[in-house]
Design a binder for this molecule. Structure first.
Ligand code: GLP
Length: 261
């Protein structure tokens, strides 16, 4: 995989937004897989700025959600559907029907998972999937020891992830749902381009294991090593435990500008 080391979170956002803009210029109706959490915010802001400045036409873009909490009432502000509509779909000026996601409040959650997996394929597959990484190495909500071949399904969150995500629920872990729907690792690997963005020192261990460790389900993000077009964009802090950091810097510096990520 390609590892791109940038100075800080803002530079990471700009780098990934440029890549998305490049994709949309080549394929205006690209299906963009988006992640939630704090990390991708700079990407969405940078892409919105490019769209407003007329640098890229995003009007035909389609947006697909990566994962969702189970059991939050429909319209809950911290459901990932609400987050994606608020942070991506609305700022880009897209209509809600440009958006697809799993139904976390469905009565039959298993059927909702299967339906979403099918819907992604029927939509032609994800062109670029943006991913964050959990401190335990998860992608989407695929917690450690998720099957590397898994499909969209229900998962139980680890205590660590519930602690990490409590900040979105007034710091109250009891409000963080225990169950989630997530695109499986096998589903994620079907996207044409995977872009994992990680910023901050608290991600350094997970990034080093994912990039330089063995492919292992105990570090779900290591599955990116199996993908023919996977890019990991990290700021200096998140790159601080990479043994090959200098090699990654030299490789990226030698790459022609036009090539993108
Ligand atoms: C959640 C999401 C992931 C995200 C992770 C890291 O668990 N399901 O998709 O990558 O949080 O979030 P953050 O970027 O806030 O650290």
């Amino acid at each position: 995989m390609e590892v791109v080391i940038v100075e800080d979170a803002a530079a990471g956002g700009e780098t990934v937004a440029q890549s998305i803009a490049q994709l949309l210029r080549a394929k205006p109706d690209a299906l963009l897989g988006v992640a939630t959490g704090s990390t991708p915010g700079p990407v969405y802001r940078a892409l919105t700025a490019k769209a407003r400045a007329g640098e890229v036409d995003v009007s035909a873009a389609r947006i697909a959600q990566l994962d969702e909490y189970v059991g939050l009432p429909a319209g809950h502000p911290e459901s990932y559907r609400s987050v994606v509509l608020r942070e991506v779909v609305a700022p880009l000026g897209l209509a809600e029907d440009a958006f697809m996601g799993p139904d976390g409040s469905a009565e039959d959650v298993r059927a909702a998972c299967l339906a979403y997996d099918r819907a992604l394929a029927e939509a032609g597959g994800v062109d670029l999937q943006l991913l964050g990484i959990g401190t335990d190495g998860h992608i989407g909500f695929n917690e450690p020891c998720s099957s590397l071949a898994s499909r969209t399904r229900i998962k139980t969150l680890t205590e660590q992830t519930r602690v990490d995500n409590a900040r979105f629920f007034d710091g109250d872990i009891t409000q963080v749902p225990r169950h989630v729907i997530t695109q499986g690792i096998g589903t994620i690997l079907e996207a044409r381009h995977l872009v994992l963005l990680a910023t901050g020192e608290n991600k350094a261990d997970a990034v080093a294991l994912a990039v330089e460790g063995p492919v292992a389900s105990v570090v779900p993000a290591s599955a990116l090593q199996l993908h023919p077009h996977a890019t990991v964009v990290v700021d200096e802090a998140a790159a601080s435990k990479l043994k090959l950091a200098d090699y990654f810097r030299a490789t990226y510096a030698a790459k022609p500008d036009w090539q993108g990520l």
